[in-house]
Design a protein around this ligand. Structure first.
Ligand SMILES: [Fe+2]
Length: 248
């Protein structure tokens, strides 16, 4: 691994993209192929909600209040505004739109007011808090706008020749196809499709404002959060009744 202290801006970006290309979990193909028993699917939604979905606007706010650069704050403010109000897309907070998934699947949404986090989920959330509160604005920004909002296809955002995130028609969405979710309940998916392209590009523009002195902290935090996320997703997969295939 290259020394994080001696990196230039392009190498820093590459290290971030490399980390994001490792934000892949073996169980995701099973979730999206409908392999999880519908009776256990609430576990996935509850844990995602408690670890970051419910508080995502607050997490962005933590990056915002720490950041000394007005141009960066302006982009974070726009993202925060959309997450908290949805007024750049469908007019509802994203955390609220997320609950339309379990609601549309007939789950008891009251459960989302009293979630017990799995141990590994709590460890992941603890690091989300540490990274957004105690490691500087650069780390708070990268952890929220790149790690949490982003996915394994980040290279496709910054390189026109790289593979883009596949976007299936809503009728082919796994929750519709395998679990009978009405398409109308995919409001969060629709809101994200309306604003996501801009947010992804903005996130990578903001990375250019980070000074080399912050690179080691940001990259160390990316490795830590990735490790905790993978362990968290292992725990969710187990709780949902999935067994890790021998080869993965
Ligand atoms: Fe969102």
């Amino acid at each position: 691994m290259q020394c994080w202290l001696l990196m230039d801006a392009a190498e820093f970006k590459e290290a971030l993209v490399d980390a994001m290309e490792r934000k892949r979990h073996w169980a995701w193909s099973e979730f999206t192929a409908g392999q999880v028993d519908k009776a256990r699917l609430h576990i996935h939604f509850e844990q995602e909600y408690a670890t970051y979905v419910r508080d995502f606007a607050i997490l962005l706010g933590r990056a915002y209040v720490q950041c000394p650069i007005a141009a960066v704050r302006a982009e974070l403010a726009e993202n925060l505004y959309e997450e908290e109000t949805g007024k750049l897309s469908l007019g509802k907070p994203h955390a609220e739109l997320f609950l339309r998934y379990p609601e549309g699947l007939g789950m008891d949404v009251g459960r989302f007011d009293k979630i017990t986090m799995l141990h590994e989920a709590a460890r992941f959330r603890a690091y989300v808090d540490e990274a957004t509160l105690e490691c500087g604005w650069e780390t708070a920004m990268v952890v929220t706008t790149i790690f949490l909002e982003g996915n394994q296809y980040e290279r496709g955002v910054i390189d026109k020749n790289a593979e883009k995130r596949p976007e299936a028609p809503l009728s082919e969405h796994p929750l519709v196809k395998h679990y009978g979710l009405p398409e109308a309940a995919l409001e969060l998916t629709k809101a994200h499709r309306m604003v996501e392209g801009d947010h992804r590009k903005a996130a990578w523009r903001l990375v250019e404002h980070i000074q080399p002195a912050a690179y080691p902290q940001v990259l160390a935090s990316m490795e830590e959060i990735l490790t905790r996320w993978l362990t968290y997703r292992d725990a969710v997969a187990r709780a949902c009744g999935l067994a890790r295939p021998a080869a993965s």
